[in-house]
Structure formats: structure tokens, C-alpha cells
Design a protein around this ligand. Sequence first.
Ligand code: NIG
Ligand code: FE
Length: 404
Amino acid sequence: MTDLVVSNAAQLATPTEHDALEVIPDGAVAIDDGVVVATGSTDEITRAYPPENAANSIDATGQTILPGFVDPHTHAVFGGTRADEFTAKLEGASYQEILEDGGGILRTVRSTREASRDQLVENLVAQLDVMLAHGTTTAEVKSGYGLDVETELKLLEAIATADERHPIDVVPTFMGAHAVPEGVTADDYVDRVVEEQLPAVAAADLAEFCDVFCEAGVFSVAQSRRVLEAGQEAGLAAKVHAEEFERLGGSQLAASLEATSADHLLQATDDDIDALGEAGVTPVLLPGTAFSLGTEYADAAAFEAADVPVAIATDFNPNCYSQSMEFAIDLACNGMRMRPAAAIRSATRTAAAAIDRTDGTGTLCEGAPGDLVVANVADYQHLPYNFGVSTVRTVVKGGEVVHR
Ligand code: NIG
Ligand code: FE
């Protein structure tokens, strides 16, 4: 018996190996044992997999079936918020001025150290609920608001518990090198990350990736390299926050380490883009961050011209307070001028590559995880065209309806 048949959709749209987005009119999908067994026209699918014989079925008349969204870059676990800094930023304070004054990340570190593990789990589960309602079925979550062994472990434990409790698949990243805590030099702090935090995280098997904020005034290229190489030795694949405010060399570092992704990239040059492409590093663009900081967007067209596919992500964090991949897709199109098909691919298949999920995650190809979104639009282009509202009606994870 089939687990789930979704049929009668105005469209089923999925990235494939060769197509940015393959669109099947009057589309349908059958899911069994948690994976996609077939997609095609409603006629074909319902003949091979009659909905009345399936454990569950959805009539998607007038709606569009898409793969579940993959959010490959979030800082979704923290204590407190920074709503007042939002006002200060609107009055002209820059992100880096706020950080230099002990605000920004360092302020979230203080409230995160005060929060209990259970409180952090509750906070994260609440954020995952919002993500899921906007179509995210897989999300990466970074630590990095602890900056000491005890709190970094507390954050990663909270991520593991939230993952068990929530339908979203959560991919954990250790980011002890997120900021330099007060009263320490960057070099001394890097020693602590490499000698104390990383070994504890690896021993507890709590992270898959290691990330670093390679930025002027935070961690230099040499310091970032030290952290990421130590991470790789401990079995954690590398990710880099690169060329966000200044072009420091994080992209070239990511390329030389064959990192899984390099993220932000607002100041990346054509050489940087080529280096990432050649090394197989997935670039991750974060339009919500530029939107909330009121800065320019990353140059999505330059990546397209170089034929280097990008992922997009929310970067959800206290400075960029949006959990919605639908909104990231809106901004990719309306802000970065990406085409709707490219933006949806960036939010699904390429986003999965940015967290090393190459089992078909982010597609509805045969054998892919049965993770999908039914959006209340008759054409996929309406998703970003109709910006600022949620069009997601039903979310399916591993063949189970998890939101409707
Ligand atoms: O990706 N740039 C560093 N980390 C986050 C911001 C975190 C924060 O401000 O709390 C980012 O934008
Ligand atoms: Fe980030």
C-alpha cells in the first residue's frame, strides 16, 4: 500500500539534474516508505497508485507541489532577542558599531549563557514550527552564541534534542568561532576553540560542520584556517562566513580547504566565484541579511554568469529575524533579480548540496526523501510574484503530513 498520493495539482515543479525546474502540469506524486516512488501526470500516477488504496491522499486542485525547502544557514538557537538594536540600526548604527560596543552577537551570548538547556530547546522548537509552516523541511542550525565549552555544548545538545522532537531534519554546525568574547585576544580565543571546544564537540558527536566568521575585526584568514583545519581533523566538514562586509579572502580559503559551502559573499570578486566553482564549494547567498541591514545584495548575476549555482538561505538570527524560506525566495527574485525557477532551485536542490545532502533532498526525483510543500498557487512563479504572504498550505515530511 502506498503511504501518500498527492494529485490533481495545477503543477508539480522540481529541480532535476538537468533542469533548473521541471514542471509537470496536472501533476501528482506517490510516496512510499518515506521516499518518492513516482511523479507524473495525475492520470499516470493515479492509475499506477490509486489514491483510494493509499494510506493517505491529498487533492491539490489549483495548487502547486514543490520539494520541501532546505534552509542551509541559520543561527536559530539563542536566548533573548535584539529588537531594540533593530531600532538603533534604523536610526543609523551599523552592525559592526553595535558589535564593537558589546552589543550584537556578544549580547546574545550573554542571554544564551543565562538560558537553560530546556529553555533553548523550547525556543528552537518554536522557531522550527515557524520554519515548517513556511515550507522548510530540512534546516541547518549553528551554535555560536556560547563562546565557551559549556555553552557551546549546551547549544549543540539543544539542537540534537530539538531535532528528535521536531519533524524538520536539523543539521548541526559548530560555530565556536562566531565572535571574539570580551577580554580575550582573537589568537587566544582561537586556541580555546581548537584546544577545548572542538575536541569536546567531536567527542560528543554533536556537529557535522564547523563554521567560522572570517571577517575584518573578527577572525583573520589565518585564524579561520586554523579553526577549520582542526575541525576537518576532528571529522567536521568546513563552512565559512566569507566576504560579508570586507573582502578578506574567506572564499579562497574555502576553496583551498574544499569546504562544503562559503556563505554571504557580498564582496566576492569574479576570481573568488571561479575558485569556489572549481573547488566544488557551494556558495550560499543570504538576501534577508542584506535586506535587514539595508545594504546591497550579493551579486547573484555574477554567479550565474560564471555558471556556479548558488544556494539561498534565511540566515535566521537575532539580527536577521526571518525564519521563512518563502521570504528568502521572494527576496532572491525581487531583490537579487533571480528568476523564479532559479530561486526555487537555490532554495531546494542547491541548498541541500550546501549541507552535503546529496540523496535527492530538495527534489522530487524518484528515490528522494518524501518531503514536499503544497502551495496555494496555480503556477510556481506566483510564489515570489505574490511576495510578502505565505502561500504554503500543506507540508509533508517523509511521506507524513506535518503541517496543514
Ligand atoms: O551570518 N555574521 C555572523 N553571524 C550572523 C549574525 C549573527 C548575529 O548578529 O547574531 C550572520 O549574519
Ligand atoms: Fe551566519
